[in-house]
Write a protein that binds this ligand. Structure first.
Ligand SMILES: [Zn+2]
Ligand SMILES: [Zn+2]
Length: 331
């Protein structure tokens, strides 16, 4: 099968490799390029030593199955890239996203076929109502739902999303489909205009007044933003560190805000299966809305171009499609 193999920083190569030998196989229809994939490609990642196949935001068609799996050949499916055990002390204490016994799908999806162990099928494979590239967004949306759960949202809450990268954009669209007020602050004109064209209030940095927002989602990995927004969030408000900072990096927090103004600073990472299922349901119900985040589709052969496009900050999500012959022009 064809696979886009990551061979080290800045190196991706299309190769012919043996198809996985598994009882359950999914033929990949589309796989989104995630921030983690981009980081691995640009800077390397300790979890993905080369050679490796990246990509975990995928959907596809069942190519091979086994009796009793509940799936038939040809079924469109989304696959959760990992699943919590549901039984360890962290899972039982409600910290399912941090489960220490997570099961992972082995190998990435920037290739034609992904093998799933039979034991993982009932927990991590989900039937889709139809095959559509929008389902590459289920995993990132699941992470967004985990983040939203950390905020305190009332109908009158004012929420600010800092940064309109793909994740910030998904946050904003989620608020939009839920009919909750949301504003995005973003320095890039291209992204700001795109968000505004979706009917979402979008602003330039420097235009936010202190006390204007009750919830502030930081979707950019910059420490100063956390420090600034803890100072300017409303009394009793919440600042969510959605984007991760480097290991060992520290943030200086305004103690007056935390103590006298009862501001909360919180964070989140990843998703639990409940988020994944909810994200799947939301995506199916609002396909048109969430599809706006997909700004390009490219065949595996053009993987390197797709990563370059994302590095330039011009695109939101780019989906790699093994079956695609000629590239559509990304918006
Ligand atoms: Zn992801
Ligand atoms: Zn667990």
């Amino acid at each position: 099968m064809k696979a886009l193999v990551y061979l080290g920083i800045g190196h991706l190569e299309l190769r012919d490799i043996p198809a996985p030998n598994a009882e359950f196989l999914v033929r990949v229809m589309g796989c989104g390029i995630c921030g983690t994939d981009l980081k691995t490609y640009s800077k390397g990642h300790h979890l993905f030593p080369p050679p490796a196949i990246l990509g975990h935001e995928f959907y596809g068609l069942v190519e091979k199955t086994f009796p009793g799996s509940g799936f038939s050949v040809g079924d469109p499916v989304a696959v959760a890239p990992y699943a919590e055990c549901g039984r360890c002390s962290l899972c039982l204490a409600g910290g399912r996203t941090l489960c220490r016994n997570k099961a992972f799908v082995q190998g990435g999806a920037f290739c034609e076929l992904v093998g799933i162990p039979p034991s993982y099928v009932p927990t991590g494979v989900f039937k889709l109502p139809e095959a559509d590239d929008v389902y590459t967004l289920v995993e990132p949306l699941a992470c967004v739902l985990n983040g939203v759960g950390r905020l305190s949202i009332r109908p009158s809450s004012r929420t600010l999303v800092v940064g309109a990268g793909p994740m910030g954009a998904l946050f904003a669209l989620l608020f939009k489909v839920r009919d909750l007020p949301v504003t995005v602050v973003e320095p890039g004109l291209h992204r700001r205009e795109a968000v505004a064209s979706w009917g979402i209030d979008s602003r330039e940095p420097g235009s936010v007044d202190p006390g204007e927002y009750d919830n502030i989602v930081i979707a950019v990995n910059r420490r100063e933003l956390v420090e600034d927004y803890v100072k300017s969030v409303a009394d009793c408000g919440t600042v969510l560190m959605f984007a991760g900072l480097g290991k060992g990096e520290t943030v200086a927090v305004d103690s007056y805000a935390i103590h006298y103004r009862e501001v909360s600073l919180t964070g989140c990472s990843g998703y639990a299966l409940t988020h994944f299922k909810e994200a799947l349901d939301l995506t199916a119900r609002h396909r048109e809305v969430f599809s706006r985040v997909i700004s390009g589709r490219m065949p595996l052969e053009r993987g390197k171009d797709a990563f370059g496009l994302l590095q330039s900050g011009q695109a939101f999500k780019v989906v790699l499609k093994p079956g695609l012959d000629s590239a559509e022009n990304p918006k």
